[in-house]
Ligand binder design. Structure first.
Ligand SMILES: Cc1ncc(COP(=O)(O)O)c(C=O)c1O
Ligand SMILES: N[C@@H](CCOP(=O)(O)O)C(=O)O
Length: 464
């Protein structure tokens, strides 16, 4: 399987190289040259498989022969054996055809674990075979950070530097990152927002000279392997409610457009999906572009769903690449203009996006109302991101005979503030995090300045 850049100018790579490359060196994102597709009969034959076996079937074509099948299988088996629920990605029926897909049973209680527990193993495997080292720089609005650190901290082949926006993540999220004190783990609290953190990561890929010969890698969903692993749970949840013999719809709390893009790919690969609903908070650029062709950044605001406080949604570029007929030059031009000005999509292209997705934006007050109302009606406690997904699902759901699955992207225990604001009691931390508030924290506050961040990275990397 070959991978090509959305901007058309970077070398074509195989899976192992894409895994380590992160961002393409023309600034674009890697995507498969052609997608594997599965017939309805093949998908149907996977009903009842344990999650790890299903994951192997979906992931194997992307990895191709870059990793021995038996090694890949072992890594996938180990990844999902570490989840704290026998079903790995269990479904909860709220009522009728309304479903919640719980993606928070991994070690850091967020959907990021599905990909990052595997990514850490895949990177370690390839680096160890090649005898290479990698420097990881990652940006987080709260959840990617701890999941990436948890996935990578035992590797002898990499150092990991995670930037989070200072004072803009929940306390549980911050402590989950900053209390993991391995020698190869570095937390930076950046005096900026998530988009600033992400821009610094991307700018560091563009010129890696500050690393003096070491190579940079990515754990954000700009790394193709993240998206690949996230495709699997669309198949598992659809199979759980009668797919592929019946259509299903999904509502996805969205920030960097990675998770919903994985759903779009599942559909291209043969899964019968009726609706894909993009759910955003007040940082609603995705809702504005889908509903009104307005791709202007506006001001990034801090909300009660901090993990979705994102305006520059990296993976939207992957979608646009498809919608623009895989014209890398057109995407390079569009993304260049988007850096400094408000853009809109060409006529015909925007309509294509509109055909593929529905969208809805939810403010903080409504988020709290939904948490309260759903708890009172069903006894089920939503995290704020999932509450946004559910609200959007209810607003956009066109045909109620088709199951609507909302992705529960984080455990409510990570976000006590909106739960208390909704007049409810925040749940207790699970046993493995019970002493989180007593653990020692380690992080460095840095200004929003690329040179300072790169100097910090360069002076802390291990060179052996
Ligand atoms: C809890 C939670 N929900 C939703 C999202 C949005 O996912 P994506 O960035 O893949 O759109 C994130 C972070 O990305 C998250 O941490
Ligand atoms: N919401 C994320 C932000 C980064 O998204 P990613 O999926 O590209 O890693 C977070 O919580 O850190």
């Amino acid at each position: 399987m070959n991978y090509i850049s959305t901007r058309g100018q970077a070398p074509v790579l195989n899976f192992a190289d894409v895994l380590l490359a992160g961002l393409a060196d023309d600034g674009g994102l890697y995507v498969p040259e052609t997608l594997p597709t599965f017939s309805q009969d093949e998908i149907a034959s996977w009903a009842g498989l344990p999650y790890n076996e299903l994951a192997f079937n979906v992931i194997k074509p992307f990895v191709d022969d870059c990793i021995k099948a038996s090694d890949l299988k072992t890594m996938i088996d180990e990844t999902y054996a570490g989840f704290n629920h026998i079903g790995v990605a269990p479904m909860v029926q709220l009522g009728g055809n309304e479903w919640i897909l719980e993606l928070f049973h991994g070690p850091t209680l967020a959907f990021k674990d599905f990909a990052l527990q595997l990514l850490g193993r895949l990177m370690d495997h390839v680096l160890s075979e090649r005898g290479e080292r990698l420097v990881i720089m990652g940006a987080t609005s709260g959840d990617t950070g701890s999941a990436a650190i948890e996935g990578c901290r035992h590797s002898k082949h990499l150092d990991i530097f995670i930037m989070h926006p200072y004072n803009r993540v929940s306390e549980v999220q911050r402590r989950q990152m900053t209390t993991l004190l391995n020698d190869n783990v570095f937390n930076i609290a950046l005096e900026g927002n998530f988009d600033d953190c992400q821009e610094m990561v991307k700018d560091s890929f563009a010129d890696q000279s500050f690393l003096q010969g070491l190579k940079l890698g990515a754990v954000n969903s700009i790394n193709w392997a993240r998206i690949m692993a996230q495709i699997v749970y669309y198949f598992s949840s659809a199979l759980a409610v009668g797919g592929p013999h019946r259509e299903v719809s999904f509502s996805v709390p969205t920030g960097n457009f990675g998770d919903i893009f994985a759903g779009y790919l599942a559909k291209q690969m043969g899964l019968p999906i009726k609706q894909l609903v993009v759910a955003t908070n007040r940082n609603d650029i995705l809702h504005r572009v889908i509903s009104g062709n307005d791709m202007s950044k506006g001001t990034l605001e801090h909300t009660l769903s901090p993990s979705m406080d994102i305006m520059v949604s990296s993976n939207f570029e992957r979608l646009l690449f498809d919608v623009y007929g895989r014209d890398g030059a057109a995407i390079a031009d569009l993304m260049k203009r988007f850096k400094t000005e408000s853009v809109s999509l060409e006529s015909g292209r925007w309509e294509a996006v509109r055909e593929l997705f529905d969208s809805y934006a939810v403010d903080d007050a409504t988020t709290c109302d939904v948490i309260k109302q759903v708890y009172q009606e069903t006894g089920y406690l939503l995290d704020p991101h999932t509450a946004i997904g559910l609200k959007a699902a209810r607003e956009c759901w066109k045909d109620k005979t088709i199951p609507m699955i909302t992705l529960a992207t984080a455990h409510p225990v990570k976000f006590p503030e909106p739960i208390v604001k909704a007049g409810l009691e925040s749940p207790a931390l699970p046993a493995h995090l019970a002493d989180l508030y007593e653990r020692e924290e380690r992080f460095t506050v840095l200004p929003k300045d690329l040179a300072s961040v790169q100097a910090f990275v360069a002076s802390n990397v291990h060179r052996d």
